[in-house]
Design a protein around this ligand. Structure first.
Ligand SMILES: NC(=O)c1ccc[n+]([C@@H]2O[C@H](COP(=O)([O-])OP(=O)(O)OC[C@H]3O[C@@H](n4cnc5c(N)ncnc54)[C@H](O)[C@@H]3O)[C@@H](O)[C@H]2O)c1
Length: 419
């Protein structure tokens, strides 16, 4: 597709996409009813722990798929992942590795290059700061998408993901997100029963991600600000969204799933209690507690924190008028339950091939990510946040002009109380 780097299409391509979009509107899913049994070519963008893991899951879970392209910001990450995939202990994975040197890309424009290849599916496993840009471009290039969560770090990014997802729908492109609980059988069965009224009316919800401190990387000699920010992405707000967005989004997503919608307002507290003011710990908080409210008046208490040596809890609970459920307790017991990290790729491929329901999880995961962002905004500012207003704010955290020669100072840690 002929496009410049600002994402502007020339007239001919615009006509092609518009024509396809028009057809999609008429047909719903352009692939619906039409089985695609051809080999699906997969490209991986973001060759770190989860991107590589997701690609393994895609290859082990599906027949007739090949990994043909890989891209990362850094050569060493790309090389490590290539090596891992090529020599994977599971022969079913290694046999589906078909990446040639001319289909490997490195740098800030690597996303552009991998999307210019003939891949059918993009596995997007980068940190969330540039995900909206990557997904917008992937849809313009007519790729199906598996994207990790969270899908953005700010409202500007959320709006981009929502627009790209709607566009994908009109083009019949499938999108699955890395909120794997949505593909986990015990969650699916239990939440169906909650929605069918088995625990009575839903009166309240609670969710938690309370665990110890995750990894933090010291700046190495010769690293620019951008290299440190991106290699230590978990610890800065503009690269990760802070922990409520990066991690707790999983639990908030389950609560939104139960409710079938997103909250409309939130009041929150948060802060940084014990993380020392060292560059490697960035500018993130280490705890948040939010009181979310849904349109029907039901409240959701959400608590997340990174404190070592304290009570750990990662779970969700729904309080019903008859009893409480932990969202997995009403599922049929099975000998071998399917790994949801694999199942999400099986479901994606079935959607693409027209062998299962059409899946487009873009808006749903954008809403769950926005729920977390809204909680963070409330905690950072001390101000109640309301959905429609928060979603429309101009808050864009990610610098437009990423450049290894520029400075991206760290911090400060937000302080809601003006002294
Ligand atoms: N669904 C889950 O359970 C789950 C689990 C872990 C991580 N994740 C998510 O997966 C994503 C990646 O996490 P990870 O643990 O694999 O991190 P990671 O640091 O191991 O990998 C990220 C990779 O992306 C690369 N990258 C960074 N910026 C890039 C850019 N602009 N263009 C191309 N490549 C870029 C990095 O160099 C690195 O190789 C995050 O959004 C994280 O929240 C999801």
């Amino acid at each position: 597709m002929q496009q410049n780097q600002d994402g502007k299409m020339n007239r001919r391509d615009f006509t092609k996409v518009s024509a396809a979009a028009g057809f999609g509107i008429l047909a719903g899913n352009a692939f619906a009813g039409k089985k695609n049994v051809d080999t699906l070519k997969v490209g991986l963008l973001g060759c770190g722990g989860r991107g590589t893991g997701a690609t393994v899951n895609m290859l082990e879970g599906n027949e007739n798929v090949l990994l043909v392209a890989m891209a990362d910001l850094y050569q060493d990450r790309l090389d490590n992942a290539r090596d891992k995939m090529k020599n994977h202990e599971n022969a079913a994975v290694a046999q589906k590795y078909a990446v040639q040197d001319d289909h490997c890309f490195v740098g800030l424009d690597a996303y552009w290059q991998i999307l210019n290849t003939d891949i059918d599916i993009l596995i997007e496993g980068t940190p969330p700061y540039r995900r909206p840009k990557h997904i917008e471009r992937a849809v313009l290039c007519r790729k199906h998408v598996f994207m990790e969560k969270p899908v953005a770090v700010d409202p500007e990014g959320i709006r981009k993901i929502m627009e790209a997802s709607e566009r994908a729908r009109t083009l019949g492109l499938s999108i699955v997100a890395g909120t794997q609980r949505r593909h986990q059988q015990d969650y699916i069965e239990t939440i169906k029963r909650i929605q069918d009224g088995k625990i009575g009316d839903v009166l309240a919800l609670r969710c938690y991600w309370c665990s110890g401190l995750p990894w933090a990387r010291e700046r190495q000699e010769g690293w620019s600000d951008l290299e440190h920010r991106t290699r230590n992405w978990l610890n800065n707000c503009w690269t990760s969204g802070d922990s409520i967005v990066e991690q707790h989004v999983h639990n908030l997503d389950v609560c939104n799933w139960v409710m079938g919608t997103h909250p409309i307002r939130v009041l929150a507290v948060g802060g940084r209690t014990w993380k020392p003011p060292e560059e490697k710990y960035g500018d993130n908080f280490d705890h948040f507690a939010c009181d979310f409210e849904y349109e029907n008046g039901v409240h959701l208490l959400s608590v997340c924190r990174h404190w070592n040596g304290c009570t750990d809890r990662v779970s969700e609970a729904v309080v019903g008028s008859k009893r409480e459920s932990n969202c997995v307790d009403m599922a049929r017991k099975r000998e071998n339950s399917v790994n949801p990290y694999v199942q999400e790729h099986v479901d994606l491929v079935k959607s693409i091939r027209g062998e299962g329901p059409y899946l487009n999880e873009g808006v749903q995961v954008a809403e769950s990510t926005m729920t977390a962002i809204m909680g963070r905004m409330a905690a950072y500012t001390g101000q109640m946040q309301v959905w429609n207003k928060a979603l429309q704010t101009d808050l864009g955290l990610v610098p437009d002009d990423l450049d290894f020669a520029k400075e991206y100072p760290c911090g400060p840690v937000p302080c809601p109380v003006k002294l």
